[in-house]
Design a protein around this ligand. Structure first.
Ligand code: ZN
Ligand code: ZN
Length: 125
């Protein structure tokens, strides 16, 4: 059983809240380090066996960007001990994690939550 605050990729021992993002899809809770986040995003069956999620702790909420209610996922990260906690649809979660949000979307998130790594200015200059 993996502890909640280490990366859920089998054998990965990264356990810093500053490095991990938490994605809760209403069934499973994934803690992911930057190295293993792509394995989650790609949904590559070959790698799914390596991801060992914890049990979901959340009920789905609408996407903060488009208010979509279906297939949303909680997203939690920490920036200088400040907790950023919100929800995204699959489309916007993917866009944010791959740094492809529109300027208005990234600006909106920055206004709501302050700066955090996934929307840092270097990706959106
Ligand atoms: Zn990892
Ligand atoms: Zn959305």
């Amino acid at each position: 059983m993996k502890s909640m605050n280490s990366c859920c990729f089998k054998g990965c021992s990264i356990r810093s809240n500053e490095l991990l993002v938490y994605i809760d899809d209403g069934k499973n809770l994934y803690a992911l380090c930057p190295l293993h986040l792509p394995f989650y995003l790609e949904k590559n069956e070959q790698y799914q066996d390596y991801l060992i999620p914890a049990t979901s702790q959340r009920c789905p909420m609408p996407c903060v960007l488009c208010l979509e209610k279906d297939n949303t996922q909680h997203f939690t990260t920490y920036e200088h001990n400040k907790k950023i906690d919100t929800s995204f649809c699959s489309h916007h979660l993917q866009k944010m994690l791959t740094h492809q949000l529109s300027l208005s979307e990234s600006t909106f998130l920055r206004e709501q939550f302050g700066q955090f790594f996934e929307i840092s200015e270097e990706f959106y200059d």
